[in-house]
Design a protein around this ligand. Structure first.
Ligand SMILES: [Zn+2]
Length: 188
């Protein structure tokens, strides 16, 4: 790392510091913004989405009313059909092998998770914010042919404004910022 980069990083950290007020969760949480980590390792394509819950269901407290419970369950149903949310290059032959959805605010049962492995909904709301942590794993028959992933989260959920992507493959690393008008993640 060059001195200039270190200086830039230091100034960024100072700029970011006031945003991370004590009221915030363990990491910055900006409504409308999601984080997506994409990794290709052998035949395995893994995606980890970290998003404010509000982006997906419009609220961040425990789902108590029938409408709220329905919203949470609809979200889970949409995300569990991951092949339609993350549309991969057809030639790569990727199929979904597992999806895990976790939120401190939402009952694991509503997310389709076994209650024993999820976090309890009673821990929600300590700061009025909650995230969804979602893991998607695909098996790809021809990972070398993976050229892009079209991220349909913007179509499926109106609350997303942008998604910051970090991509890691055996050959390279890249970052991208996706939006509704630019939702195609191109592999470098
Ligand atoms: Zn929030």
């Amino acid at each position: 790392m060059t001195l200039r980069k270190i200086a830039l990083l230091a100034s960024c950290l100072m700029l970011l510091y006031p945003v991370a007020s004590p009221a915030m969760a363990h990491e910055a949480h900006v409504h409308g913004v999601g984080k997506l980590d994409v990794a290709v390792d052998g035949n395995t394509l893994s995606l980890h989405l970290d998003s404010p819950l509000v982006n997906l269901i419009g609220f961040e407290h425990a789902a108590t009313s029938a409408a709220e419970r329905q919203a949470a369950s609809n979200m889970a149903k949409t995300l569990r059909d991951a092949g339609k949310v993350f549309v991969t290059t057809a030639a790569a032959g990727c199929t979904v092998t597992s999806v895990q959805l976790i939120s401190a605010a939402i009952d694991p049962a509503l997310l389709g998770e076994p209650a024993a492995t999820g976090k309890s909904a009673t821990h929600a709301d300590h700061d009025g914010h909650a995230d969804l942590d979602a893991d998607f794993v695909f098996h790809c028959n021809a990972p070398d042919l993976l050229q892009n992933i079209t991220v349909k989260l913007f179509d499926a959920f109106k609350g997303f404004v942008s998604i910051d992507v970090q991509l890691v493959t055996a050959k390279r690393q890249a970052a991208a910022k996706l939006s509704a008008t630019s939702s195609n993640l191109v592999f470098p």
